[in-house]
Design a protein around this ligand. Sequence first.
Ligand SMILES: Nc1ncnc2c1ncn2[C@@H]1O[C@H](COP(=O)(O)OP(=O)(O)OP(=O)(O)O)[C@@H](O)[C@H]1O
Ligand SMILES: [Mg+2]
Length: 244
Amino acid sequence: MLEIKNLSKRFGDQQVLDHINLKIEKGKVFVIIGPSGTGKSTLLRCINALERPEKGTIQLENQIFDYENLSKSDIQALRTNTSMVFQNSNLYRNKTAFGNVTTPLILVKKLQKSEAEKVGLEYLEKVGMLEKKDAYPETLSGGEKQRVGIARALAVNPDIILFDEPTSALDPELVSEVLDVIKELARQHTTMLIVTHEMKFARNVADEVIFMEGGHIVEQAPPEELFGNPKEERTRQFLNRNRE
Ligand SMILES: Nc1ncnc2c1ncn2[C@@H]1O[C@H](COP(=O)(O)OP(=O)(O)OP(=O)(O)O)[C@@H](O)[C@H]1O
Ligand SMILES: [Mg+2]
């Protein structure tokens, strides 16, 4: 469970996020859509304290953090309990697919090597990358790298996984292999918050869709409702511009 209350973030004079409130129950998939420059990535980055909001609180399961007074251990707790998957998987280049998944388990989760290896294999299998476990990132396709990144994010057993446009850097023919993995995770009720421009995917995978614009949540609803019968004019305009 993740709950954000009154989160606000500025960059200089620009109010990038303005009193964001959001609650994601365990096992739910939330998808954020919205125009470029609206604060979607910034919101994800605030959740794990890569950016520091001026105001707001965040609750992860039963721990509450106040962004105005984050201690070092709070930041560490936010980062260990949330996993982020970026556009580019950011894999360690000098480690194999297997090494990429096991390293955080050993360094962050403090698992014994043998236990980390067992968990690592399980998650590589989950994303269909077991056969390529000994491959280095430079020999993997973009889609394969993203799948290893997803395995790495899942393996640490976070409260929530944050995806920032996980397919936007991929060649079109590689998009579906990554979306299929995420769809399968959704089917298994993995708690996820996903920023995407893939409207069909959003409709397909989300329990709730959030339309953001100008640092605000303009509208939030289940996908049939938000795509089928948006209440706000701005949502309607955005969807008309982004018909697939
Ligand atoms: N480190 C930064 N310093 C100053 N301004 C920033 C910084 N990061 C983001 N911004 C600004 O904050 C606003 C929101 O950016 P953000 O990256 O969150 O948008 P986004 O909704 O993710 O857009 P996109 O769909 O293009 O990825 C933009 O106007 C951006 O220029
Ligand atoms: Mg972004």
